[in-house]
Design a protein around this ligand. Sequence first.
Ligand code: PNS
Length: 158
Amino acid sequence: MSTALVPGSFDPPTNGHIDVIARCSAVFDRVVVAILLNSTKKPLFTDEERLAMLATSCDPMGNVELTTFEGLLVDQAASIDADVIVKGLRAISDFDYELSMAQMNRNLSGIVTMFVATKPEFGYLSSSMVKEVSRLGGSVSGLVPPHVEEALKERTGS
Ligand code: PNS
């Protein structure tokens, strides 16, 4: 059985994240989406809120589990018996950082990292941009799932 680990902050999950998870779900037997806790970035949504938002989008996929983690990603990978870490790549600007993280993780435990190219229409999309647009009253329709759009409106008062 193949298991992919898809880690992230997911503050909040975007349609780019959901697209990457859905494509992993079609390729791997089991997909574990792991939400980073206690990130140095102060999240807009609590751990529980991010879990719930991902659950709404991922439940229909059938083979996707959700979890949270702290500490090293490679330790999380070992604890769930992951075969690979999967990351989305939006643009060449993501590559340098993602490559060095993949190489560090390989050095730490030998785990393989695979990259999924995001859909071109989500190439510019990031959680931080979505939060800023929402906070300033702009529309994020089509960029995040509808339930996330609602949660953003509520949280940012837009
Ligand atoms: O959605 P994000 O914020 O880009 O996700 C980043 C994440 C969670 C994948 C990254 O910060 C991470 O792997 N954190 C765990 C800490 C770790 O293992 N660091 C050493 C590897 S470079």
